[in-house]
Design a protein around this ligand. Structure first.
Ligand SMILES: [Zn+2]
Length: 249
C-alpha cells in the first residue's frame, strides 16, 4: 500500500530539473532551475555572490525552454557579472595562479583524498562535496603558503646566520610580510599565488630584518647577497600585487 502511494506521489510531484552551467568570459556559472507552482513566467537572477544563475520555472515549462531562456538572457548576465567587479572565487571553472602558474579549479567529487595541484596540466583537483570546494581549496592554499614560506625562511635564516621564533600566516591587506623585534615572522598567504622567486624575496627580506630592523644600506646588502632576484620580485609585486588580492578566500 505504502509502495503504491509512493509510486503515485512520484508520478504527481514534478521532477526536479537538472542544473546546468553557462560560461561568461573566464567564469563558469552554475545555472540552477527551481520549479515554482505560483510563478507566472520564467524569472532569472544572479545569486548574491554572483556565482550562480537562479531560474524560476513555472509549472508546465520544460527544462529545454528554461535553458533557452537562460541563453537568451546572456547579455544581461554578462552585464551583471562585469559590474560585480573582478573578484575571483575559489569555485570550479575559475582560474587562479599558484606559484605564478595559472591553474583551473576542477571539482572531482568521486575522487578521494586531498586537494592536489597539477602544475604541468594547470589544474587543481578538489575532491569532496560541492559546498566544501571553496573552503577546502582555501585551506590547501594557506597550508601550501605556510610550507613554502617556512622552507624559504629556514633557508635564509641559515644562510644569514639568524634564527626566528615562529612563523604566522595571515591575510594581510597592506603588507606581504613583517618581522617583530621579538623574532616573529608573519606573511600573507597570498604569496603562494605569486611566482616562487617573489615568495623567496619576501622571506629573504623579513629574515634579513632579524639582523637589521631597518631598511639601511647594510640591510639591503644582506638581502641582495642572498637574494639576487630582489629587484625583479619587487617589480612583480608592484605590477601584479593587486591581482592576487582579487582572489576571494
Ligand atoms: Zn622591510
Amino acid at each position: 500500500m505504502i509502495g503504491l502511494l509512493r509510486t503515485l506521489q512520484r508520478a504527481v510531484a514534478p521532477k526536479p530539473l537538472a542544473p546546468s552551467s553557462i560560461r561568461i568570459g573566464a567564469d563558469l556559472l552554475d545555472v540552477v532551475f527551481r520549479r515554482h507552482a505560483q510563478a507566472r513566467r520564467l524569472v532569472l537572477r544572479l545569486d548574491s555572490q554572483g556565482t550562480s544563475v537562479l531560474v524560476t520555472v513555472p509549472r508546465g515549462v520544460s527544462r529545454a525552454r528554461a535553458l533557452d531562456f537562460t541563453e537568451r538572457s546572456r547579455p544581461w548576465i554578462e552585464e551583471r557579472v562585469r559590474s560585480r567587479g573582478g573578484n575571483v572565487h575559489l569555485l570550479p571553472g575559475h582560474r587562479i595562479p599558484l606559484r605564478g602558474v595559472e591553474h583551473e579549479i576542477r571539482h572531482v567529487p568521486k575522487r578521494r583524498g586531498s586537494v592536489a595541484a597539477d602544475p604541468a596540466e594547470g589544474v587543481i583537483h578538489v575532491p569532496g562535496e560541492p559546498p566544501h570546494v571553496p573552503r577546502r581549496l582555501a585551506d590547501f592554499l594557506k597550508s601550501a603558503a605556510k610550507a613554502d614560506l617556512t622552507a624559504a625562511s629556514q633557508r635564509y635564516a641559515q644562510m644569514m646566520g639568524v634564527s626566528y621564533r615562529r612563523i604566522t600566516i595571515r591575510d594581510q591587506k597592506t603588507r606581504w610580510g613583517s618581522c617583530s623585534a621579538s623574532g616573529e615572522l608573519s606573511y600573507s598567504w597570498r604569496l603562494i599565488l605569486a611566482p616562487s622567486y617573489v615568495l623567496d624575496y619576501v622571506a629573504a627580506h623579513e629574515v634579513a630584518h632579524l639582523k637589521h630592523l631597518d631598511h639601511s644600506p647594510r640591510f639591503w646588502r644582506l638581502v641582495l647577497i642572498h637574494c639576487p632576484n630582489a629587484a625583479r620580485a619587487k617589480k612583480w609585486l608592484k605590477a601584479h600585487g593587486h591581482d592576487v588580492h582579487r582572489v576571494v578566500a
